[in-house]
Design a protein around this ligand. Sequence first.
Ligand code: NIG
Ligand code: FE
Length: 408
Amino acid sequence: MSWDQVWIDVNVATMSPSVSAPYGAITDAAIAVKEGKIVWVGPRSELPEFDVLSTPVYRGKGGWITPGLIDAHTHLVFAGSRANEFELRLQGASYEEIARSGGGIISTVKACREASEAELFELGRKRLNALAKEGVTTIEIKSGYGLDTETELKLLRVARELGKHHHVDVKTTFLGAHAIPPEYKDDVDGYVDLVINEMLPAVMAEGLADAADVFCENIAFSVEQTERVLSAAKKAGLDIKLHAEQLSNLGGSAMAAKLGAKSVDHIEYLDEDGIIAMSKSGTCATLLPGAFYFLRETQMPPIELLRKHKVPIVIASDYNPGSSPLCSSLLMLNMACTLFRLTPEEALAGMTRNAAKALGIEDKVGVLEAGMQADFCLWDITTPAELAYTYGAGACLEVVKAGHLVHQ
Ligand code: NIG
Ligand code: FE
């Protein structure tokens, strides 16, 4: 056999459903990589013979290899800081009150309109580096802090550029309907028209988005307005997803599921009817423990019902300046367990296999099987549960992206 590299002296959490052990684990395993793809993974004792003289062999010192982490919901490209709102909230103001009084998302919009592409790129690059260091190999980045055509395009261009200049793969999402811009505060339908008739065609013309998203909430867009945007985006050929049921139960999730949404995100207030609709359409449930924690939410997402109806659970950082200023995907694994009581295995599936499904890339990444892209991490841990159990000890030793060693 001729391969580009072989990994031995490792245990592998394949996260593949075809391996029956928890985490799809294979202890004392080997992985062989050729031309950016995994060509063989299994017990080392069964590794076919290969040319040891011409093949680089990496030793994992008994650590664990997992699929590269996938952060399927972020707002990583933004300018400005909302530390002042953090202080206001500590004095008793609520997230909704701040949003209604012109702060919140709108304050980040002002900063993004003023920032240049180069400034936004530099801010994004630093954050992406931080995530990459902890094992993230694919990320989704949303627009939504422009709320005018020019700035929405600018944010998406920056996200695309980050993907071109960084080894982390970037999937981009157009979130023009994130909040109501001050210019349209008395004409929300007019703004929805602008999103559909001007922004979306411009985004499509430049090929800037892979998906579209809307914030469906009583401080943002109604279910009807959301449906108009998502239907137009679907017609234009984009995947669709939704911020829904974060502060109240409006029924956006069921509507989005019927349109074939890849995921519905936040969903603390989601009811069983919505979950049944998601289960029928194969829509993922993306839980965002960072926002739950930072907003000190007390309404738990309906974890038991998601399990009962076998809705794939995704865990993401929702990294953004307002509700989740926590630039760490690994921290979310811990929070998914401590706050939402997920098992460490469910949490890891939420940042690998299920996150890939939410982004529509499950045929390429998310599990370690022959034929998949060679995106994986080597961790200095003794059991995969340690990824969620501990935080901040620098357990990520190596990252391999499409067969290239990118971080040591
Ligand atoms: O995912 N829910 C809406 N959007 C973001 C928050 C954005 C902000 O506050 O800047 C979220 O939590
Ligand atoms: Fe979000």
